[in-house]
Design a protein around this ligand. Structure first.
Ligand SMILES: [Zn+2]
Ligand SMILES: [Zn+2]
Length: 210
């Protein structure tokens, strides 16, 4: 709410009732006029420099001062300002994953060094202990290397098996015509025809049983 005040309006000086001053000049006038009235008991309002109030009335004036109201409106307005100027749009992506529920062990650098070919040192120990440590380390690194080679071999084996299985899936499973001499009984007639055509390279007549 705006409280409109006409700056050209003439108002009475609180120090001298004969002074009628335009509102817009009042500020300057009061500063000068106060100097000419050192005996004054008027004091300044906290909310407006132009309000000069008898000291005994100041507390009451503060309660009813129109400028207090202006200030309070501004404060309340400021409180209501939406600070979220750049709101994040919720795209509502469906997900069933919740990483917070995952029970994942945290990274253990010591375990990582132990399980990999990392050269470790022991500096704070006796010479004998360090020698022993070096021997154990050599054995540990050999073990790690051997374990990794075995794992690699196992992975290759699995990959080869998968590859073979995949290849078999994509091949037409032809009946062994050489062994049976004819198409197996359970092969449907339509399929048998196709197989027959495929087997033409063998230049052998295929006689279905029925
Ligand atoms: Zn004056
Ligand atoms: Zn006031």
């Amino acid at each position: 709410m705006e409280i409109y005040i006409n700056p050209e309006e003439e108002i009475q000086c609180p120090y001298d009732k004969s002074h009628m001053i335009r509102r817009k000049w009042m500020n300057c006038h009061l500063t000068k006029c106060k100097r000419n009235h050192p005996e004054t008991t008027l004091v300044e309002c906290d909310f407006n420099f132009n309000h000069r109030i008898p000291e005994s009335e100041l507390q009451y004036h503060h309660q009813i001062c129109p400028d207090r109201r202006k200030l309070e409106i501004a404060v309340v307005k400021d409180d209501q300002v939406d600070l979220n100027k750049f709101p994040i749009i919720n795209h509502n992506v469906p997900t069933e994953e919740c990483w917070d529920n995952e029970n994942v062990a945290s990274y253990d650098p010591e375990k990582y060094c132990r399980d990999n070919e990392i050269i470790r040192r022991k500096d704070v120990a006796s010479a004998a202990q360090r020698r022993q440590f070096r021997l154990e380390e050599r054995k540990r690194i050999d073990d790690v290397r051997r374990r990794k080679e075995m794992e690699e071999a196992r992975r290759n084996e699995i990959a080869a098996t998968r590859q073979a299985a995949f290849g078999a899936q994509n091949r037409i499973n032809l009946p062994d015509l050489e062994a049976t001499g004819c198409i197996k009984e359970e092969t449907p007639q339509r399929v048998a025809g196709i197989l027959d055509w495929i087997q033409m390279g063998a230049k052998r007549p295929v006689i279905p049983k029925k």
